[in-house]
Design a protein. Structure first.
Length: 121
């Protein structure tokens, strides 16, 4: 433990040294004239959920999956959109509905092609 004598300036500030510049600290007044100063990190409220046990488990599972799967193959958007269309077709067929009139009105390009075309300058 390294004790140093510091003087509190006219504005109520003390310097802890340049090596600590920009760091956030938690200052606890334990009793009159006694302060405990600890470095701290603040977690924004909208990111607090990331630090829960459930989120950690989900992220661990996702990272394990990504490590064992070819992500280029897993992100085939054409196959993804086709599987959605096939699923909708099956459900509509079971309900006695058809999308043939809607298909005639749709352009021949898939959503992934449209998204790719939109990104081109």
């Amino acid at each position: 433990m390294n004790a140093q004598l510091k003087t509190i300036g006219a504005s109520g500030q003390i310097s802890l040294g340049k090596q600590h510049a920009g760091r956030q600290v938690l200052v606890e007044e334990q009793e009159d004239g006694v302060w405990l100063v600890r470095t701290a990190q603040v977690i924004p409220d909208n990111e607090r959920w990331l630090h829960t046990t459930e989120a950690k488990a989900a992220l661990t599972k996702a990272f394990a999956w990504a490590a064992t799967h070819d992500t280029a193959e897993a992100t085939d958007l054409d196959a993804f959109f086709q599987s959605i269309e096939d699923s909708v077709d099956e459900k509509e067929k079971a309900l006695g509905k058809t999308r043939s009139s809607k298909r005639a009105q749709r352009p021949g390009r898939r959503q992934s092609e449209l998204s790719h075309a939109a990104r081109k300058p």
